[in-house]
Design a protein around this ligand. Structure first.
Ligand code: TK8
Length: 360
């Protein structure tokens, strides 16, 4: 299913479109319109028109999250910037909800040159880029500001360099955000409540270790299969940021959530190297700037919506457990073995330098 983005998203137009489609599409469209109404407005495009090489280019940009999330909103800004600053010589086409493949499939499509851009979570890429594992360690980033300092500083820059290999060019960071646990069984406020709970994790060994250590029964799975797996009871629970929980409608099949904030996940903005090498340098530079602006804006959207969305989920009937500081400490202490298991592989110095950033 390809959804064309209208130049000026218009509510009535979307409704007309939806009425020919299925009810599910109507509901998705309505929730898009509602969520969009509360998002910080897409900024004006700044920066000059950039001279290219006279050729026209098309960027297909695919993501795994839905059209009503913060990530897609960021992509709309990216599209505005790139089309305006290339004076229309670069056209950007947006694809959401893993229409062109989940995180791993989209990355391999970049490598083979059949897709130009994607922005996956770092976690499923950890086999390719072991350095990304630092973002999977529990409770390492106490605030979004610490995450920003790491991503936008030397550590983040060096990781973009590392990820610019294997047919990929990494040009920026955005955020998926702090992850919260949801499940269909019962309220969770301590690791004891997790005993045997079947929890879907991202395809990542540290995440598996986290949930095993807490006593749950974790299963790695692509995000694209998750809603169905929850609906059919293949798994009891999953964990994702509030905005993803709402925009993927997980609350329709998950009655309970706990505000664990256990892991902060970035999105990394990737370009196919094959495509990159065709572009004149002026366009390459402009894409880097656009990715930076998209990342700043997307983080603003994601953060400004967090509390609002948590409240909306409560209003829609989800039972949300907020943990006391003591309960958070219990989770942190239970997860100490995960640090013992991974410290050497992830790099003790790296972990310590992030902790030092946090302490400032
Ligand atoms: C979207 C994924 C997703 C991630 C996951 O493509 O798999 O749970 O949090 O948002 O990257």
């Amino acid at each position: 299913m390809t959804i064309t983005r209208y130049a000026t998203p218009s509510f009535p137009l979307r409704i007309i479109t939806a009425s020919i489609g299925a009810l599910a599409l109507t509901l998705a469209t309505l929730s898009t319109a509602q969520a969009a109404a509360e998002m910080p407005p897409i900024p004006e495009v700044t920066g000059d028109v950039v001279e290219g090489d006279g050729n026209d280019y098309t960027i297909k940009f695919s993501i795994g999250t839905t059209q009503s999330g913060a990530q897609y909103r960021g992509l709309e800004y990216f599209e505005d910037i790139v089309e305006a600053r290339s004076d229309g010589h670069i056209q950007v086409e947006l694809f959401h909800s893993a229409q062109l493949g989940d995180d791993l499939q989209a990355v391999s499509a970049l490598q083979s040159g059949t897709l130009e851009m994607t922005a996956p979570s770092t976690s499923p890429l950890v086999n390719m880029f072991p350095q990304f594992a630092v973002f999977d360690l529990p409770f390492l980033f106490p605030t979004p500001e610490v995450a920003d300092e790491v991503l936008d500083g030397e550590i983040g820059d060096s990781m973009l360099g590392i990820a610019s290999s294997n047919g990929l060019v990494a040009i920026g960071w955005a955020e998926n955000g702090y992850r919260q646990l949801t499940n269909s069984q019962a309220a969770v406020d301590s690791p004891d409540d997790l005993d045997g709970l079947k929890v879907r994790t991202m395809q990542n060994p540290i995440h598996l270790d986290i949930w095993r250590t807490l006593g749950a029964n974790p299963t790695p799975m692509s995000f694209a299969e998750l809603f169905t797996a929850l609906e059919q009871g293949v798994v009891d629970g999953q964990e994702n940021p509030w905005i993803t929980i709402q925009s993927s409608r997980f609350n329709e099949v998950q009655g309970y959530a706990s505000e664990t904030n256990h892991v902060y996940t970035p999105f990394i903005t990737l370009v196919s190297e094959r495509f990159w090498n065709k572009l004149p340098e002026s366009y390459q530079q402009m894409l880097v700037e656009a990715a930076q602006q998209m990342g700043d804006y997307e983080r603003e959207v994601s953060r400004s919506l967090n509390d609002q969305i948590k409240q909306e989920l409560i209003d829609e009937g989800m039972q949300i457990t907020e943990l006391t500081p003591e309960q958070v400490t219990t989770f942190q202490e239970s997860l100490a073995p995960v640090y013992d298991n991974w410290r050497d592989q992830v790099g003790g110095e790296l972990i310590d330098s992030i902790r030092a950033t946090s302490a400032q």
